[in-house]
Design a binder for this molecule. Sequence first.
Ligand code: COI
Length: 360
Amino acid sequence: MDITITRTQNPKTKPTDESKLGFARIFTDHMFIVEYDQGKGWHDARIVPYGPLSLDPASPIFHYAQEIFEGTKVYRLADGEVGSFRLRDNARRMNRSADRLCMPPLDENVQVDAIARLVDLDRDWVPGSEGTSLYIRPTMISDGCSLGANSANRFIYFVICAPTGSYYAEGMKPIRIRIEQRYVRAVKGGMGRAKTGGNYAASFKATKEAMDDGFSQVLWLDGREQKYVEEVGAMNMMFVVDNKILTAELGDTILPGVTRDSVITLAREHGIEVEERRISVSELYQAHAEGRLTEAFGTGTAAVISPVGELQYMGESIIINNKEIGPMSQFFYDTLTSLQRQKAEDTHGWTAVIPHFTKE
Ligand code: COI
C-alpha cells in the first residue's frame, strides 16, 4: 500500500528530561491514518502532522464503542538505531480483536510497514535512557453517520506514538493490588480477550475505588464464580509458587499478552516450569500461608514486568516477598529489556531494526 507523507511545518519541542516522561502524556510530530469503506477496502494511507480527527457526531464510535487498539514499543539501541519488539504479533492480535468487534482486518504487513515508516520519520523522539521507549498506539475506530445499532461500514485505523517512561508512578517498585470482589471484567462468550476500549471503560469504576484506597490496580476474578484470578487490565499476572510460575490459562476472558507469551517462552527455555491453568484466590492465600508463594508480578507492554508486593482480598492482605523485587521479576525484567534493546542474542526473531526510509 502506498503511503503519502506530509511533514509537519511546526515540529514540537521534544522533552528534555527523560526521567519525567511518565506513560504516554506527550505525542510525536506525526501520525499514520488509513480509511476503510465497505466496497472499496482500505484506502488513502498517509502520514500527516499529529492533530485532531474530525468526526460526525453521529459517528458510531461515539455511540456504540466499536473500537480496538494495540500497544507496542520501539527502543533506542546502543548504536543509536531504533528497534521494534514482536511488532508483527501485535498486528496479528489487532486483527483477532477486529474479528471479535466485527471490524475489517488490516493486512499485518501493512500495519508493520506503516508503523516502521511512522517511527522512522519520528525517530528523534525515541528516548534512550534505561526504562524508556517510544510507545506506539495503533487504533481502529468505526465511523460514518448513522445511529443504527449494528456494525458500521466505514472505519479509520490510525497510529500515534508517545515517548514513555514507567507505567506506574512506583516505577519498578512492588505495587499493591486489590482482588476485585464486586465488579467483573469479562465473561465467557464476551469480548475479554479482545483489546477493545469497552473492556477498559468497564474497569474504571473498580480501579478508581481501589486507587482511592491506595492500590495501583485491581486483579479481576472470573465473571461466573468469582473465584479464579484472571488479569489486571493493564497486565497479565504470574505467581511464583514452589518455584513454578502459575498464570491464568487463556480463554474468552483474558487478553493474550505478548509480554505474557515472551515470559512463558523465556521461563521454559531457562528450565522454569510454567503452569497455565485456573488459579483460585484460596489456592494463592493457602500457598502464601505455607510460605510457598514467593513472588507475584504482572507482565504487559506498558507495564513491562511489574512486581506485586501486596494482594488484598475482602479486606485481608498478604505481603509478598517482603514488598521487595524478587529474583524472578528481576530476571525477567533484565532478560526482556536486554532483548528489547538488542543487547542479548535474539534467537526467536522477535526484534527488528527500523529501516531508514526517509532522507532528512
Ligand atoms: C499495553 O500494555 O500496551 C496496554 O495496552 C495497557 C494499557 C491499557 C495501558
